[in-house]
Design a protein around this ligand. Sequence first.
Ligand SMILES: *Cc1c(COP(=O)(O)O)cnc(C)c1O
Length: 358
Amino acid sequence: MTSALQDPPVRLARDEIRALHPYSFAAWEPQLRRLHANEAPWRAAGDASEAGLNRYPEPQPAQLLERLAAVYGVAPSQVLATRGSDEAIDILSRLYLRAGEDAILQCVPSFGMYQVAARIQGAAVIDVPLDRGAGWRLDPERLIAAWTPRVKLVYLCSPNNPTANLLSQAAIAAICDALDGKAIIVIDEAYIEFCAQPSLAAWLGRYGTLAILRTMSKAYALAGARLGALLAAPSLIALARRIIPPYCLAQPTIEIARQALDNAALAAMQTRIAALLVEREWLRTRLERSPRVARVYPSDTNFLLIDCVDADDFQRRTTAAGLIVRDLRASPLLPASLRITVGTRAEHDALLAQLEAP
Ligand SMILES: *Cc1c(COP(=O)(O)O)cnc(C)c1O
């Protein structure tokens, strides 16, 4: 126990989690016939899955973990497969945040789930604003100065939703240098496939309390399948495996994710991403020309953040075009901003036609 406690991802965790005896699920012994889990011996109507939906799925399926690890450039012991990265955020919150005592640090504006998960857990939220005038730059000194011993999770979303920019690697490195071992530094890479920068998963060997979030919801076109991954030190992943529900990944998700990660599918994904980026720049040029748009921010993602001249009027026009875009005006830093996901040319044409209408 003393040696485990010297390991920062274990030392920072809640005492209850370290003491927990996890649920012991039905043993995974694929070579034996299953009469130990009270499953039906027949398939339901419409069950076209490989393994049969009458059976419980393999918890943290070995083949899928191996493939995710290979694609993300880590070892299988550094991967937890989750129901979207939302579940990884929830698990990190439950592992590390004590109600009424601990806090998270996040940049704003950013993804809303970090603070929702923290608040559900009863933790405080400390905001560090990104510098809008400097292209939504992250100021590492400011973030490091905001850290206190209560802060157990530091969220950095890069590329960031909704500001669409990559955070500087040098800034992230400065934060890791200062806070490694003092907090779990979570880099959310939901949009990393859309930019030229490689994943920071390569830094896992360098920083013991770094954690990376990946998802198949965006570039892999599998938002409905719900598959994400938490990448971190094996000791952190081992703690997370204690609290994730044993059968969290549905069998159809496991099967489709394995297909989406084979080499041919990955090559096809790259082609589609390249086409989407061309379409994004086409849309950017047209929006920049519109007198109804005050500003289009640079994007390293599959969406565009814009400032409108009149956001209510813009929203009425998107609705008239049969489209819905994300209203960000609840954030004080984004008083006139909307977020537009890059869609199809037909959808963009419909939007632009409405913007050109009198
Ligand atoms: C979309 C998104 C996710 C992905 O969430 P899933 O639960 O994997 O669908 C994670 N982080 C950010 C910043 C996102 O925008």
